[in-house]
Design a binder for this molecule. Structure first.
Ligand code: IVH
Length: 679
């Protein structure tokens, strides 16, 4: 056996202590002390040492939290003290009754002090520590026997494997709730849905499912946390006088206890705590289903004792449920402003999460299929936090005979254009982009935007008003607006009305690529619009090209070609184009430059400094028409730099890298040579 130096033993121990400490700060105190990258570095160093010196391995090492792929069998564990449940109060009266019973039993009129704790919605676990080391963790089971889940519990970072400090009894049991915070739950479900797997209905189920995993490596990847809410010791002399103080001790040993916990004297103060916590409910990072009131003094708890399976000294005051059952009366389809068609369930109204819910989005057809929703189905509706109501589960057994399936309509319910769903895409879309009333505002906004027809002054708010007032339905209507009409709008002076009309007027003669881009055809961005324009030269040629011809254009693949073809095939889009022409919009034709005539194809050019005979944008358009890409920075791969007046660092860099440089005259000569000279 190799002799392991004292230095190595020390380093290993130091790393374990440091990592434990960082874990504690991160997961229990929510107060990280070092960046994640530094933590990872220390973690890897410890892993490396442990694999090099296996004889120094330890069960309590932070590296063991990644779990093991050995399958556990969840042996039975008998609880030394039964794990009881709580009685519930659903109203103010029931809480007052509870408090009265407590005082009667104690034979006192003096208001009783209670600890008020959020009731976390997870599952109860019991953890045993011997001489400060975690030896056994168990589920509640039936309250008398549970299952041994030690291997899984050890992977939860907020569970101490070793108690902190030295002030702990030889044998101690800590109980608490294992739960999954909302954010982790959402992320887990998104991941499962993306893989086409079954999702969890709520964080509680997700926590339970994660703890029940046979391989602890799976549990280790689930975002579980533990919050302690009680402790028990064999030697009662070691107990403090109150529940509150016992939890402070538990905190000192390295457990997370709930920061919302507080003391209240008498039932009215408890109700106040209930209302305060209720108001905070949606903002907490985890789900709670009520508040637990516990008599604080342990000697009084002892006097009160238990009845059947619940203590007489505690009660859970429940909040309104966040999940309810209802039926799907119909499924309708809504069209969003970008044309996405979304199935929406119309529900029999149900009170859930504090509001009456009568609609829930089904997102898309993949989700409809995943849930297997039929019209008439009984479903679980969940509304947690300020999240929109969700259909989380269908109760298959309650499906009425002949319940119809949900199918995506072929035509847009708003404008009757074709609905298109591409393979591999979850979202179906209406193809009447320019015409569809649901997409009106978005289509106009895009048409007027700076990179499209650049209609100055036509902002989102004005578009909103023009459409809502019925003055503009399609982009063609913009050209029929009068100064008088615009000036009549609220908060619109005569001068700005005049400016707007002038700006609209200036957009009547767009270059072809800008006009094409302005139409808002799916996936036709600026670059594709430019390629199409210089390839075909006229809109008519593009509109009549078949998909094969479209795919000849550089950068145009089958998907984009399909989008273009469908756009021009929609009768409504053709009508809008005609209306634009009638309104006096005349898009220019463009010089056709075929690919084999694109002398700069595949080259990257950079423009820098000021040009005097054309703008930078004009120079860029011309270079692009010759096939070049125009980039913003110089590298070894740059084919040529055009340097105007007062060119600075880019010119210097070009010279340093030996990239060819042209001045403005050189550029003009090149453009002339290819028939692209100044107009
Ligand atoms: S005390 C004898 N405190 O609620 C007292 N329970 O219905 C037993 N729970 O099984 C539990 N938060 O899973 C207690 N702060 C809290 C709690 C809490 C959640 C759960 C626990 C228990 C169930 C009782």
């Amino acid at each position: 056996m190799t002799q392991i130096s004292a230095d190595i033993r020390q380093r290993l121990e130091d790393l374990r202590v440091a990592l434990d400490d960082h874990n504690y700060h991160y997961y229990v105190l929510d107060d990280p002390q070092i960046p994640d990258a530094e933590y990872d570095r220390l973690f890897r160093e410890l892993q490396a040492l442990e694999s090099r010196y296996p004889e120094l391995a330890s069960e309590e090492s932070p590296t063991r939290r990644v779990g093991s792929s050995a399958e556990t069998s969840f042996a039975e564990v008998t609880h030394r003290l039964p794990m009881l449940s709580l009685d519930n109060a659903f109203s103010e009266e029931e809480l007052q009754d509870f408090d009265r019973r407590v005082r009667e039993r104690l034979g006192t009129d003096v208001p009783v002090e209670y600890v008020c704790e959020p009731k976390l919605d997870g599952l109860a676990v019991s953890l045993h520590y011997e001489k400060g080391l975690l030896t056994c963790a168990a589920t509640r089971g039936d309250g008398y026997t549970g299952e041994d889940i030690t291997a899984n519990i050890r992977t939860i970072p907020s569970v101490p494997l070793k108690l902190r400090g030295s002030d702990f009894p030889d044998l101690v049991e800590v109980r608490g709730e294992v739960y999954m915070p909302r954010a982790g739950f959402e992320k887990l479900n998104q991941g499962l849905a993306a893989q086409g797997e079954k999702t969890f209905v709520n964080p509680r189920n997700a926590a339970a499912g994660s703890l029940r995993q046979k391989k602890s490596t799976v549990t280790a990847r689930r975002p579980l946390e533990l919050c302690a809410y009680s402790m028990a010791v064999t030697d009662e002399n070691q107990l403090p006088a109150t529940h509150w103080d016992s939890l402070q001790r538990v905190r000192g040993w390295g457990f997370r206890i709930n920061p919302e916990m507080r003391l209240a004297v008498g039932a009215d103060a408890c109700l106040e705590a209930y209302n305060d916590l209720m108001a905070k409910r949606d903002t907490l990072p985890y789900e709670i289903d009520g508040i637990v009131f516990k008599v604080n003094r342990l000697d009084l708890q002892q006097t009160l004792g238990f009845v059947s399976r619940a203590p007489r000294w505690a009660i859970a005051h429940k909040f309104p449920a966040q999940e309810e059952l209802t039926t799907v009366e119909d499924v309708e389809f809504q069209v969003g402003r970008t044309g996405a068609v979304t199935p929406v369930a119309r529900l029999k109204p149900v009170f859930v999460g504090g509001v009456t819910v009568s609609n829930a989005t089904l997102h898309n057809m993949d989700e409809v299929r995943r849930l297997d929703v039929h019209i008439g189905d009984t479903v679980f509706i969940r509304r947690a936090g300020d999240v929109i109501p969700q259909v989380v589960k269908v109760v298959a057994e309650k499906r009425p005979a002949g319940a119809p399936e949900v199918t995506m309509p072929k035509h847009c319910p708003v404008c009757d254009s074709d609905i298109v769903q591409l393979e591999g895409e979850a979202v179906a879309r209406c193809s009447g982009g320019l015409y569809c009333p649901a997409q009106r505002k978005e289509a106009i906004r895009h048409y007027a935007s700076r990179k499209a027809l650049d209609i100055e002054g036509l902002g989102d708010r004005l578009i909103e008003v023009l459409v809502d007032e019925g003055m503009v339905a399609t982009v063609a209507d913009l050209y029929r607006l009068t100064r008088f009409q615009v000036a009549s709008l609220e908060r619109m002076g005569d001068k700005s009305a005049g400016n707007l009309i002038a700006a609209i007027d200036r957009s009547r003669n767009p270059v072809l690529w800008r006009f094409l881009y302005a139409l808002g055809i799916r996936e036709v961005g600026e670059a594709t619009a430019k390629s199409l324009a210089s390839w075909f030269g006229t809109l008519e040629a593009i509109a009549s090209a078949d998909e094969e011809a479209l795919q000849q254009v550089p950068d145009v693949g089958p998907i984009v070609a399909g989008h273009i073809r469908r756009f021009f095939d929609q009768a409504h889009n053709q009508e809008t184009l005609q209306a634009l022409q009638q309104a006096g919009v005349a898009w220019q034709t463009e010089q056709v430059v075929a690919a084999d005539e694109q002398p700069l194809a595949g080259e990257t050019w950079v423009l820098t400094g000021a040009l005097s005979r054309m703008t930078r944008d004009q120079a860029k358009e011309k270079l692009e028409a010759l096939g070049a890409k125009v980039a913003g920075s110089v590298s070894k791969k740059t084919a040529c730099v055009v340097a105007g007046e007062a060119a600075g660092s880019k010119l210097a860099k070009a010279e340093q890298l030996g990239v060819p440089v042209l001045d403005e005259d050189g550029l003009l000569a090149l453009l002339d040579q290819h028939g692209m000279g100044a107009e």
